[in-house]
Design a protein around this ligand. Structure first.
Ligand SMILES: Nc1nc(O)c(N)c(N[C@@H]2O[C@H](COP(=O)(O)O)[C@@H](O)[C@H]2O)n1
Length: 145
C-alpha cells in the first residue's frame, strides 16, 4: 500500500522537508532541508543567509518563493540534484530517520501535497511526485543497492 506523507503532524511527517531535522550543507548548519533547498534558488549570499535564518520552514519557503530577488538562471536544471543532495544528507545525519525510511520496504512513497504537482502528487494525484521518487531513490542508496 502506498505511503502518503505531507503534514509533519501526521504519519511519516518526518519525510517532509518542513520537518525539523537539520543538515550541514556547504559548511553551514541549516534548520531544515526546506531552508537549504529554498536558499539555493538564489545567487545573492545575503538573501541565502536570510533564508537560513528564517524562524520556520514555512517562512523559508515564503522567502524562497518570493520573486523580489531574482532566481538563479539555472534553477530548473539544478533543482532536482539539489533536492536529492540535501534530502540524502538529512537521512544520513539522523539515524532514526534512516531506519524509518528503510522500514517502508518497497512501498511507493508519495508526497500528498494538494497544491504541488511537481514535488508532490497534487490534489488529484496526477502530479510528478518528485520528492517521493527522490525518497525512494535514497532508500535504495541507503540499502547499499
Ligand atoms: N508543506 C508543503 N506545503 C506546500 O505548499 C508545498 N508545495 C509543499 N511541498 C514542498 O515544497 C517545497 C518546494 O516548493 P517550491 O518548489 O519552492 O514551490 C518542497 O519541499 C516540496 O516537498 N509542502
Amino acid at each position: 500500500m502506498p505511503i502518503y506523507f505531507y503534514s509533519q503532524r501526521m504519519l511519516y511527517g518526518e519525510f517532509s522537508n518542513f520537518a525539523k531535522y537539520g543538515v550541514k550543507m556547504d559548511g553551514e548548519w541549516w534548520p531544515t532541508t526546506e531552508h537549504y533547498f529554498q536558499a539555493q534558488k538564489f545567487v545573492d549570499p545575503d538573501y541565502r543567509t536570510q533564508i537560513r535564518n528564517a524562524d520556520t520552514p514555512k517562512r523559508a519557503a515564503e522567502l524562497g518563493r518570493s520573486r523580489r530577488v531574482p532566481l538563479r538562471p539555472d534553477w530548473e536544471d539544478v533543482k532536482d540534484d539539489i533536492m536529492y543532495a540535501c534530502v540524502l544528507k538529512k537521512f544520513e545525519t539522523h539515524p532514526e530517520l534512516r531506519e524509518r525510511l528503510l522500514s517502508t520496504g518497497d512501498e511507493e512513497i508519495i508526497e500528498n501535497a494538494p497544491g504541488d504537482f511537481y514535488w508532490g502528487c497534487g490534489k488529484d494525484g496526477t502530479g510528478k511526485n518528485m520528492l517521493g521518487k527522490i525518497l525512494m531513490d535514497i532508500r535504495t542508496a541507503l540499502r547499499g543497492e
